[in-house]
Design a protein around this ligand. Structure first.
Ligand SMILES: [Zn+2]
Length: 583
């Protein structure tokens, strides 16, 4: 018997192809199946060529179905194969020395000079997650002590709070460094009194030459009393910008010149560069290591989780901790997480928004959380990805596609399905014998979620019904070719013009055309369409029609436009505005 007529074999191949397809994003791989079938039907070893032909035919047919349709068939026929494997939840490694502390305290400490972007996700989510795992405390600390170069802006404090909330990170305590200058001054004075810090008046270039040569500058050898006097003159405004800087003493022999006698506080002309929160109240401002170093101890930090580029900062700060008799927190330095294709340069984002190059901080081209949120990337997907990567000291490179895969997995089960026809072209179907009612499930695997229902009624002598279909779908059409309007009926093309296609009703059942692997396309009855604009990831806009039921959608909901992609609804008025997430 010719293999193509062997019903049993056909069924076997079909099952294998469907199972293969649902585990390969809707595309069965013919090559992988030959071995599988031969494993079960050893007698076909002498007919491999014939078998391949039979497999290819079935694979083509299966691959013409949408993933949702494939899943529905598999679920209906072989539900036992789809037992959801218990998702292996990836667990974070335990924190070092966690049992030494009664309460684990972690922090995220951004500079509010920009909105947050994907580059911060690791620091935020890991710090927060560990605080939760150990029933500890997660602190948000705004590090806003540079009113001149990395100037904070009031709106960003709130944006950052919102971003954390969106990411699902509950903040137990919040601090703002610009509120804490008296505290930094108090400890600076202690350090100077103890001879562990000094006020350096040397021009930076001269100081640099000295440190490279491992030699003290003239200020280093002054008495504590003389330095205290200089310190008070700093505070009262005797120095202008650049004339004096407080340095914390270190070992001049330290192998890293950048560690030697690091700068701790400097003068900023706040008449010229007022701080957005405290204006011109202070002119002496702490630098990163002094403020962050003191705060980590004063706020009871037990574990600092941050990128390995901070390793040298730990070395610097440990000198200060020794002088103050403190113990440095447990520091965990993870490797860089690179996301290829993500645009994450803070300064370029700020500049681009200012110049109108981007529509705002949520422009879909940016990697900001605001943009991801707008596009329908879920915080759960970001969290899952970050936790899967965990804390590794080696660098990790991920791509947008990795993030989309996490997101797709979530949205696939949560999103309702609708039809959207980009660049609509009219399809006129003639000789439709009766009224048809299409019952389209909101979700192919969960009929209990409900249906969208559309009735089409033939009109006129030629019993015509007009639809909108996408221009792209018409490209594959030609006279005599069959095509199936999803969940409705099959039509045969008669005539194709630039902006319209005429076809004739063929039959209703999908079974009739399954064998000839017709394309299944989405459609919208003409006259029921709802104008829609989809903002794409490159900020271009795709115009088209959504089905009438989309009028009921609420902003913020994420849906799947079948055969188009997942989108987040942004606005529903006389038209829909949505943002494209991914396929
Ligand atoms: Zn000096």
């Amino acid at each position: 018997m010719a293999l193509e007529n062997d019903r049993n074999l056909r069924d076997l191949i079909r099952k294998a192809a469907l199972l293969n397809a649902v585990s390969h994003d809707g595309k069965a791989q013919a090559g992988a199946m030959v071995g599988k079938i031969l494993g079960e039907k050893a007698e076909l070893r002498s007919r491999v060529k014939e078998l391949s032909v039979a497999i290819n035919a079935v694979v083509n047919e299966v691959n013409s179905l949408s993933l949702a349709e494939q899943k529905a068939i598999v679920e209906a026929n072989w539900p036992e194969t789809q037992k959801k494997e218990k998702a292996e939840e990836k667990k974070l490694h335990p924190l070092p020395n966690a049992d030494k502390y009664s309460t684990i305290v972690t922090r995220f400490s951004p500079n509010p000079d920009c909105v947050l972007h994907l580059g911060s996700a690791r620091a935020i989510l890991l710090s927060h997650e560990y605080a939760r795992i150990y029933n500890g405390k997660f602190i948000l600390r705004f590090e806003d002590t540079d009113p001149k170069i990395k100037r904070p802006s009031l709106k960003f404090y709130d944006n950052i709070r919102q971003d954390l909330k969106w990411l699902g990170c509950k903040v137990d305590e919040e601090y703002i460094q610009s509120d804490r200058l008296p505290i930094y001054y108090e400890y600076t004075e202690k350090l100077i009194e103890g001879g562990n810090a000094y006020v350096c008046e040397c021009p930076p270039e001269e100081f640099r030459k000295k440190t490279i040569a491992k030699q003290p500058c003239p200020c280093r050898v002054l008495s504590a009393a003389e330095n205290l006097e200089r310190w008070h003159r700093m505070l009262t405004g005797d120095y202008t910008e650049g004339q004096a800087v407080v340095r914390v003493r270190t070992d001049l022999e330290n192998p890293n010149p950048a560690v030697r006698d690091w700068p701790a506080l400097r003068i900023i002309d706040t008449k010229k560069y007022p701080h957005p929160r405290v204006g011109s109240k202070y002119i002496v401002w702490p630098l990163y290591n002094l403020a962050a170093g003191l705060d980590d101890h004063l706020m009871g930090m037990t574990h600092i989780i941050r990128g390995k580029e901070h390793y040298t900062n730990m070395v610097r700060q440990k000198y200060m901790y020794d002088y103050l008799g403190w113990t440095y927190p447990e520091a965990i330095h993870y490797g860089r997480l690179k996301i290829t294709g993500a645009f994450l340069s803070k300064s370029k984002i700020i500049q681009g928004v200012k110049e109108g190059l981007y529509t705002g901080y949520d422009d879909p081209r940016l990697g900001t959380f605001a943009a991801l949120r707008k596009r329908g990337i879920t915080p759960e997907a970001i969290k899952k990805m970050i936790i899967d990567v965990g804390i590794k000291s080696n660098d990790v490179t991920l791509s947008w596609e990795n993030l989309f895969a996490y997101n797709r997995k979530i949205l696939d089960t949560t999103s309702d399905r609708y039809f959207f026809v980009p660049q609509p072209v009219e399809l006129k179907v003639l000789q439709v014998p009766k009224s048809f009612k299409a019952k389209l499930p909101l979700h192919p695997e969960e009929p209990q979620r409900g249906f969208r229902e559309y009735t089409v009624n033939p009109e006129g002598e030629d019993k015509a019904v007009s639809f909108w279909i996408s221009k792209k779908d018409t490209e594959a059409l030609e006279p005599e070719k069959m095509v199936r309007l999803m969940e409705l009926f099959n039509v045969k093309v008669e005539k194709k013009l630039d902006n319209s296609v005429t076809a004739k009703f063929a039959s209703e059942s999908y079974e009739d055309v399954r064998k000839i692997k017709v394309q299944l396309i989405q459609w919208i009855p003409k006259g029921t369409e709802f104008q829609s604009q989809i903002v794409m990831p490159d900020a271009s806009v795709t115009q088209g029609f959504a089905e009438a039921d989309c009028k009921k959608l609420k902003p913020d909901v994420i849906i799947q436009f079948e055969r188009f992609g997942f989108v987040r609804i942004d606005e529903v008025s006389e038209k829909i505005i949505a943002y494209y997430a991914h396929k």
